[in-house]
Design a binder for this molecule. Structure first.
Ligand code: SF4
Length: 222
């Protein structure tokens, strides 16, 4: 396999190239959706916290039993982290995640009446919730679009596609928000995540099978 030219200088995004990338992403993923299973904003918030350094498939396997035992913020707020651990042990970082979930539920109970706020500032003020998690919840549970979901796939794709040279998720998100029209932010977030999972692998990107290749400055040569 030819190594993609990941390290070459960033290709400035231009309107035509961005539009072509959008068309190609729409063709690849016409109806992208969140891969986490959830029934409401609370479940999505919990699932997103659990998805750190885990797979959505593994999270979806764990959450039905977790939500059966702790069906909402009140039940989780009343639990001790040790009560939560058996339900999430398979997901890694389970000590930290259990503490985070209980802290989160207690904050929701104490400051928001047990409801997940549909507001970016309020969400990122919750313990353990950064912009990525907040954007996932806002976009998918509330239909509110304030930015891009910048996870590891989106970070990698943004760099390879020459859409951002940012060194932090916040900087990458700003560049993506500038590159794409606001109406596309949620859809493009999903599509970039899916493309990162399916084709633009971190270590072995399959440039030969990639329909974005004509507009990707990191594509393998020729
Ligand atoms: S897989 Fe596609 S998006 Fe990723 S580096 Fe190769 S050509 Fe670019």
């Amino acid at each position: 396999m030819t190594t993609p030219r990941h390290t070459q200088a960033r290709q400035p995004p231009d309107i035509d190239r961005i539009a072509r990338l959008g068309v190609a992403l729409d063709a690849l993923f016409p109806e992208p959706r969140c891969a986490l299973d959830y029934r409401d904003a609370f479940e999505l918030l919990v699932a997103t916290v659990l998805s750190a350094q885990s797979t959505d498939v593994a999270v979806n396997r764990a959450t039905p039993a977790l939500f059966a035992r702790f069906p909402g913020p009140a039940a989780l707020a009343a639990a001790a982290p040790e009560d939560v651990i058996p339900f999430i042990r398979a997901l890694g970082l389970y000590n930290n995640k259990a503490r985070a979930l209980v802290g989160l539920a207690r904050d929701l109970q104490g400051r928001h009446g047990g409801a997940v706020p549909a507001d970016l500032s309020a969400l990122i003020a919750l313990p353990g919730v950064a912009r990525k998690t907040a954007n996932v919840v806002l976009q998918n549970a509330f239909g509110v679009v304030e930015g891009f979901v910048v996870d590891t796939h989106v970070s990698r794709l943004a760099g390879r596609l020459g859409l951002s040279a940012g060194g932090t998720p916040d900087a990458i998100e700003r560049d993506l928000m500038a590159a794409f029209p606001r109406a596309e932010w949620a859809r493009r977030s999903h599509q970039l995540i899916l493309h990162g999972r399916q084709t633009c692998d971190a270590r072995r990107p399959r440039c030969g099978d990639c329909t974005l290749a004509p507009d990707c400055p990191a594509r393998g040569a020729p």
